[in-house]
Design a protein around this ligand. Structure first.
Ligand SMILES: Nc1ncnc2c1ncn2[C@@H]1O[C@H](COP(=O)(O)OP(=O)(O)OP(=O)(O)O)[C@@H](O)[C@H]1O
Ligand SMILES: N[C@@H](CCO)C(=O)O
Length: 317
């Protein structure tokens, strides 16, 4: 369960007194997620999400993320902005952690998306890329291609404890991916983690895009590749659903045409995205105590996806 920081009722009630959101009625930790601590907070003024930022979110990046949420919400996208306190601040401190109160959005994350839902979500990603053309800020991708080899080295041979031969396998594919990584594709601010659990939906309507805490400046088609890998397979990284994959690419291209070069690069971008999630999951796997109150995500589910993309270059044809 992703509640790393416990928030006492007294501390929360005191925190909320600085906002015009009414008094505290209830607060409940949210089990989903692995990165930050999240609570659903009900007050006499409505429902909110309280997020306390943990290990991977640098406090110095929060102003970028908050400006991004505001920009997208102002552009009419279903993105939840942070609530301002009476001093106009969105980034506060609670229980010793940076914390924000975020607008609650309706909808649920689908665990088994349909092709129609995939199409709608990918179209929303394309709209988001369009809206972000007018966003004047940038943030380097610290989990991008340049960061994968250092992360592989930090995991080191401990990877072989997860699966025999894993270090060498990743090392080999990473060398090929680095050599083939495209240099001239259009870039912009991207979400970089648009998994099904970061899209809220009601039927085929996208009601929320959430969890922008890996957003960064990188290749736009890489964002689609991340989405492809995370939507098209089951949780074990098996049973790829080709119709779903096609719906994602079609849904995106419907709103934002993909150039020949972008389409041609998707197989390499997808392999790169598998390496990214394989390595961050492996790092967490090796560094999270087995009894921690968070469900570790399986790195091998991304080794399986990686293998599939390597052996299916026609996946984006
Ligand atoms: N603005 C929101 N409105 C409604 N529900 C939300 C909102 N923000 C977060 N949630 C709920 O909280 C859950 C966890 O949030 P989130 O995905 O941001 O956590 P995380 O720890 O950063 O996750 P991840 O492992 O995907 O990086 C979501 O799956 C969703 O159910
Ligand atoms: N979405 C990521 C967690 C955030 O990095 C994963 O499933 O590994």
């Amino acid at each position: 369960m992703a509640v790393y920081t416990q928030v006492s009722a007294e501390a929360l009630a005191g925190f909320l007194r600085d906002y015009d959101v009414g008094g505290l009625l209830s607060a409940k930790g949210i089990a989903e997620g692995v990165e930050n601590s999240n609570y659903i907070v009900d007050t006499t003024g409505g429902r909110f999400i309280l997020t306390l930022y943990e290990k991977r979110v640098a406090a110095g990046d929060l102003p970028f993320f908050m400006a991004l949420l505001d920009h997208l919400a102002d552009s009419g996208l279903p993105v939840p902005p942070a609530i301002k306190d009476r001093q106009g601040q969105t980034i506060r401190v609670l229980e010793g952690r940076p914390a924000c109160l975020i607008r609650f959005l309706p909808g649920v994350s689908v665990s088994h998306p349909t092709a129609g839902q995939a199409r709608a979500a990918a179209a929303m990603m394309a709209d988001m890329h369009g809206a972000l053309e007018g966003f004047g800020q940038a943030r380097p991708n610290d989990m991008g291609v340049a960061g994968w080899r250092p992360l592989l080295e930090r995991c080191g041979r401990d990877l072989d404890g997860i699966e025999s031969g894993l270090f060498d396998r990743v090392d080999r594919v990473l060398a090929a991916v680095e050599a083939a990584w495209p240099a001239d594709l259009p870039t912009g601010v991207i979400h970089a983690d648009l998994f099904p659990d970061n899209v809220l939906m009601l039927g085929e309507e996208v009601t929320g895009l959430i969890d922008f805490y890996f957003a960064c400046t990188d290749i736009r088609a890489y964002d689609l590749a991340v989405m492809h890998g995370s939507w098209m397979f089951d949780a074990r990284g098996e049973n790829p659903d080709a119709a779903l994959g096609q719906a994602l690419v079609a849904g995106y291209a419907e709103r934002r045409p993909l150039s020949t070069e972008e389409r041609a690069a998707l197989p390499i971008l997808a392999q790169g995205s598998c390496i990214r999630f394989l390595l961050t999951r492996a790092w967490d796997w090796l560094n999270t105590p087995a009894d921690a109150l968070v469900t570790r995500k399986d790195p091998l589910a991304y080794r399986r996806r990686l293998q599939w993309y390597q052996t299916h270059p026609e996946a984006f044809a």
